[in-house]
Design a binder for this molecule. Structure first.
Ligand SMILES: [Zn+2]
Length: 316
């Protein structure tokens, strides 16, 4: 049974892939909506113990010392930018109640609160919740995504950033989000894009194909299916510049770093350091920007899908 389109249509084995835990995972595709999922899905018990020892990539980047706002500026700026797109695509005019599901440390919640919204985050990681509450001073509750119905209803906006791909039942989650929204409310978020150029080129070696962390692999088509099935009207499902670039790691930078480590000649070390820094900056400001333009213009599909949907047809 496909949780996205609710049809009994999971058929074709798409591929086998090795998981981050070393396990072998079977990927199947839905005949109706095209959704690709890990099948059979891991049990809840298995996932609970997996996540108990899970140190996400994001977590490693969290700087616990010093001013948490200054130290995590980039993540907060990212939040402003995401919200800017949500407001633009949904035509939001008033600042209302926002719920961020799977909020992690809560940088997005902090950003939207800073923009004047009433914001609440939910997560299950006690460390992340503690960080958000005590260091960012934001509102986070310990609520599992399976039990969203315990929350008070009528949110204006619900967001889920890189969350739905982790869930055993993303379709069911989207349908419960829909129930939490007030009429005209907006559901927005992002998921990795298995239909994007990097995923298509890399196949099962794509760096975001990582079961059992990622159990669901969306394309723009299956995302639209899931939103529609939950009674939502897709307003935008596609690539935005923030999510277009594939994370190419340049072999040349790795080589420079190695050389700098091996050598004991000071001037060589200094040159390596500057070269590495310049290439990093070039990648961020030049290469990524150019790739973004190419990927969006040529409709190649970015690394992640950005989606914005509303509970009812916008009255225009
Ligand atoms: Zn389906």
């Amino acid at each position: 049974m496909c949780d996205v389109c609710e049809k009994n249509s999971l058929a074709r084995t798409f591929a086998y892939t090795r998981g981050t835990d070393g396990g072998k995972y079977n990927l199947v595709q839905c005949n109706v909506c095209g959704m690709i999922v890990v099948w059979p899905p891991p049990t809840k018990k298995f996932l609970d113990s997996f996540y108990a020892s899970y140190k996400g990539r994001v977590k490693k980047g969290i700087i616990e010392w010093g001013d948490p706002i200054q130290a995590n500026r980039a993540a907060i700026e990212d939040g402003y930018l995401k919200m800017k797109y949500v407001v633009e695509f949904a035509g939001i005019k008033q600042r209302g109640r926002v719920l961020d599901i799977g909020c992690g440390h809560g940088f997005f919640v902090y950003a939207v609160q800073d923009l004047g919204y009433q914001a609440l985050g939910v997560d299950v990681d006690p460390e992340a919740i503690d960080f958000g509450q005590s260091r960012l001073g934001i509102d986070i509750e310990k609520v599992s995504i399976d039990c969203l119905e315990v929350l008070q209803k009528d949110f204006d906006i619900v967001t889920a950033w890189q969350v739905l791909e982790h869930l055993r039942m993303p379709g069911s989650c989207t349908r419960s989000v829909s129930k939490l929204l007030k009429p005209g409310g907006v559901f927005a978020g992002s998921v990795p894009n298995v239909g994007g150029i990097t995923a298509r080129l890399r196949g099962t070696k794509w760096y975001l194909m990582i079961p059992p962390e990622h159990l669901n692999y969306f394309t723009e088509r299956s995302m639209k299916h899931m939103l529609t099935q939950a009674g939502l009207v897709p307003l935008f499902v596609g690539t935005i510049p923030l999510y277009a670039s594939p994370y190419f790691s340049f072999g040349i930078r790795v080589a420079i770093m190695r050389l700098s480590r091996k050598t004991s000649i000071k001037p060589v070390k200094a040159i390596c350091k500057h070269l590495h820094r310049s290439l990093t900056l070039a990648k961020r400001h030049l290469v990524y920007k150019l790739l973004n333009i190419l990927i969006i213009r040529l409709k190649l599909g970015g690394n992640s899908i950005f989606f914005v949907a509303s509970k009812t047809e916008p009255s225009e």
